[in-house]
Design a protein around this ligand. Sequence first.
Ligand SMILES: Nc1ncnc2c1ncn2[C@@H]1O[C@H](COP(=O)(O)OP(=O)(O)OP(=O)(O)O)[C@@H](O)[C@H]1O
Ligand SMILES: [Mg+2]
Length: 263
Amino acid sequence: MDFLIKLDNLKVVKNGKTLIEKIDWTMKPGESWAILGRNGAGKSTLLQVILGYIKPYYGSKIHYFGDMSLFFNIWDIRTKIGYISYELEDMYRYNEQGIDVVLTGFYSSIGLYEEPDNDMIQNAKGWFSRFGILNLMDKKIKNMSQGERQKVFLLRALIHKPRILVLDEPFVGLDIPSKEEILLMVDEIGRSGTSLILTTHLPDEIVPSVTHVLYLKNGKPFKMGKKEEMLRDEIFSEAFDCDIKLFKDGERYRVGKVNLHNL
Ligand SMILES: Nc1ncnc2c1ncn2[C@@H]1O[C@H](COP(=O)(O)OP(=O)(O)OP(=O)(O)O)[C@@H](O)[C@H]1O
Ligand SMILES: [Mg+2]
């Protein structure tokens, strides 16, 4: 397969306003991408188009899974592309237990409408055990903290084994250890054959399994390429309109000194 997703001259117009445009981008098998850019750059809009929730403008083309001709509808996309977002979490009835939410991953459904077999249940339990969160199996979603809920939804994605997992700012609102735990889980998914597409503003949230970076600026692609080439001070600074020093710390990147141009 030549590509997982291919965007040709992607443009999105909403309420008469152009939100993103001129995006030519290809994600190949084996690649995982971080999409970076300032608030309002168009990151979430791009994800919504990829997921089929927003229609692109006339003339734009999105191709999936190496096929230039096949039409994929939202249901095809949903079974192959996992999505972690607050909207998804909100769709769950709040009295469901952690294990039930994870088991819905087998069916790409929101509620549990079929009786999972014993293998499925053992598989799900195995993941809870592996990440040391057996205590969340019978805890109700409504009684979980945000970080606990994030972990359960990541297990749901792991079990679903989507070709692609889309994550829109998955580490917002987490304390330092919770963020690191969830980073490890996301990285594990990225290394287990699922390609990641994640948005963030922070370089330390780019998990090691990310191979490429796409910068958006004012709705247009600013730069894209291999992670090591993209995470350089000059490019990162220009994308965020201020002088930023980046530090490489093992397989992670961190922000050092920041100088605002206008102050
Ligand atoms: N329905 C809409 N109608 C008009 N403008 C919209 C609509 N939805 C989003 N926008 C605008 O589109 C632009 C891109 O928004 P988007 O949410 O994609 O940015 P983002 O890069 O995800 O930002 P953030 O980092 O703050 O999440 C913003 O200027 C936003 O105000
Ligand atoms: Mg956003």
